[in-house]
Design a protein around this ligand. Structure first.
Ligand SMILES: *[C@@H]1O[C@H](CO)[C@@H](O)[C@H](O)[C@H]1NC(C)=O
Ligand SMILES: *[C@@H]1O[C@H](CO)[C@@H](O)[C@H](O)[C@H]1NC(C)=O
Ligand SMILES: *[C@@H]1O[C@H](CO)[C@@H](O)[C@H](O)[C@H]1NC(C)=O
Ligand SMILES: *[C@@H]1O[C@H](CO)[C@@H](O)[C@H](O)[C@H]1NC(C)=O
Ligand SMILES: *[C@@H]1O[C@H](CO)[C@@H](O)[C@H](O)[C@H]1NC(C)=O
Ligand SMILES: *[C@@H]1O[C@H](CO)[C@@H](O)[C@H](O)[C@H]1NC(C)=O
Ligand SMILES: *[C@@H]1O[C@H](CO)[C@@H](O)[C@H](O)[C@H]1NC(C)=O
Ligand SMILES: *[C@@H]1O[C@H](CO)[C@@H](O)[C@H](O)[C@H]1NC(C)=O
Length: 299
C-alpha cells in the first residue's frame, strides 16, 4: 500500500518540473497536539509571492485542506473539519517552504496528504500522517475477588484506555514466559476513535502466582506494564479483613457501652449532688428562720 503510494508519488514527481521535498516516512503526530507537514521546493530564481500557489489536499478524496493563491489564503472550499486548524508559514514561503501546520490533531486526520506547488513550474508530492495516542497505565482486576483458594479458576482482567492505534496485550508469568492460553482480548473505540483494550486471562490458581499484563502500542512501543501476584497471603486476606472489621466493631461497641455507663453515673451523681445541695439550703434556711424566731422572742 505504502510502496504503491510512493511509486505513484515518484511518477508524479518525475513528470513535474518543480521538485518537492516531503518526508518519506510517515509523520507521527500525537493526538490533540500540533504537527508540521513538511513540503519544500527548490526556488532557483527569486520569485514574486503573487505568482506562487500552494494547495494542500487529501490524497484520496482531493478535499481541500488549505489553499494559498495570489498572495492570500483561499479557504472558501476548505473541508469543514480543517476549519481554523491549518496555516502556512507566510515568511517561509519565499524561502521555498510550503509546510503546513495542522493543529489539534485528531484520529480522523490520519491519512495521505498531497502538497501541490506552482511557481511558473508545477510539482506535487504526498506524505502520510500517522496519529498516535498513549494508552493509560493498565489496571488488573480479579474475578472472583475473595475466598480464593489454590485450584480455583480465576479471571484476571487487564484494561487500558485512550490509546491509538490498536494496542496489543501480552500476558506473562513470573518467569517472563508468554502466556497464550485462555486469553480473550477486545478493542473498542470511543467517539474520538481512541481505543479501550480489555484482555481477560483465565487461570487455575496456584499458591504463589505472578501474572503481568504488558500493553504494546504499535507506534509508541511498550507503554504500560502491571504485575499482580496472587500469594498465599493474598488468598488469606479476605478472612483477615473480615476479622479486623468484626474486631473493630466490637471495640467500638464496648467503648460506647463504657461511655454510656460513665455518663449515666455522672448524671446520677450530679442529680444527687443537686438534691443534697437543695436539702442543705433548706436546712440553712430553717436555721435562719429559727434564729429570727429567737431574735423576735428576745425583743
Ligand atoms: C535543489 O537544488 C539543489 C541544487 O540544484 C539540488 O542539489 C537538490 O537536490 C534540489 N532539491 C530538490 C528537493 O529538488
Ligand atoms: C521538517 O523539516 C525540518 C527542517 O528540515 C526538520 O528538522 C524536521 O524534522 C522535519 N519534520 C518532519 C516531520 O519531517
Ligand atoms: C509582484 O506581483 C505584483 C502583482 O503582479 C506586482 O504588483 C509587484 O510589483 C510584483 N513585485 C515584484 C517584486 O516583482
Ligand atoms: C473558526 O473561527 C471563527 C472565528 O474565530 C469562528 O467564528 C468559527 O466558528 C470557527 N469555526 C470552527 C469550525 O471552529
Ligand atoms: C518550514 O517552516 C516551519 C516554520 O518555521 C518549520 O517548522 C519547518 O521545519 C520548515 N520546513 C522545512 C523543510 O524547512
Ligand atoms: C512474547 O510475545 C511477544 C509478541 O507476541 C514477542 O514480541 C515476545 O518476543 C515474546 N516473548 C517471549 C519471551 O516469548
Ligand atoms: C484454560 O482453561 C481451562 C478450563 O477453563 C483449564 O482447564 C486450563 O487449565 C486453562 N489453561 C491454563 C493454561 O490456565
Ligand atoms: C511465594 O513467593 C515468595 C517470594 O517470591 C516466597 O518467599 C514464598 O516462599 C513463596 N511461597 C510459596 C508457598 O511458594
Amino acid at each position: 500500500m505504502l510502496s504503491l503510494l510512493l511509486s505513484a508519488v515518484l511518477a508524479v514527481q518525475a513528470m513535474a518540473v518543480l521538485e518537492l521535498n516531503v518526508p518519506e516516512q510517515p509523520v507521527v503526530a500525537l493526538h490533540s497536539s500540533d504537527v508540521v507537514l513538511n513540503c519544500s521546493f527548490n526556488h532557483t530564481n527569486p520569485f514574486n509571492l503573487s505568482d506562487l500557489s500552494v494547495f494542500w489536499q487529501l490524497t484520496d478524496t482531493q478535499r481541500s485542506v488549505h489553499r494559498y493563491l495570489e498572495g492570500h489564503d483561499q479557504l472558501a472550499d476548505q473541508a469543514e473539519r480543517f476549519a481554523n486548524r491549518t496555516r502556512l508559514f507566510p515568511n517561509q514561503l519565499g524561502l521555498g517552504n510550503a509546510s503546513l501546520l495542522l493543529s489539534r490533531v485528531v484520529v480522523a486526520d490520519e491519512g495521505s496528504y498531497t502538497c501541490f506547488v506552482r511557481v511558473k513550474d508545477f510539482g506535487s508530492a504526498a506524505l502520510l500522517l500517522q496519529v498516535a495516542a498513549p494508552y493509560s497505565k493498565p489496571v488488573v482486576t480479579l474475578e472472583p475477588q475473595s475466598n480464593l483458594r489454590p485450584g480455583d479458576e480465576v479471571a484476571l482482567t487487564c484494561v487500558s484506555y485512550g490509546g491509538y492505534p490498536e494496542g496489543d496485550v501480552i500476558w506473562q508469568d513470573a518467569g517472563g514466559r508468554n502466556l497464550t492460553e485462555n486469553i480473550t482480548t477486545s478493542v473498542v473505540a470511543n467517539e474520538e476513535g481512541l481505543f479501550t483494550v480489555t484482555s481477560v486471562i483465565t487461570v487455575v490458581l496456584e499458591p504463589n502466582s505472578t501474572y503481568s499484563c504488558r500493553l504494546i502500542n504499535p507506534i509508541l512501543g511498550e507503554e504500560g506494564y502491571i504485575s499482580v501476584t496472587v500469594t498465599g497471603q493474598n488468598i488469606a486476606f479476605p478472612p483477615v479483613a473480615l476479622w479486623v472489621t468484626v474486631g473493630l466493631a466490637v471495640c467500638l461497641l464496648v467503648l460506647l457501652i463504657a461511655l454510656a455507663a460513665v455518663c449515666r453515673r455522672k448524671i446520677k451523681e450530679s442529680c444527687e449532688e443537686a438534691k443534697r445541695e437543695a436539702e442543705e439550703a433548706k436546712v440553712l434556711e430553717e436555721e435562719e428562720e429559727s434564729k429570727t424566731g429567737m431574735i423576735s422572742l428576745k425583743s
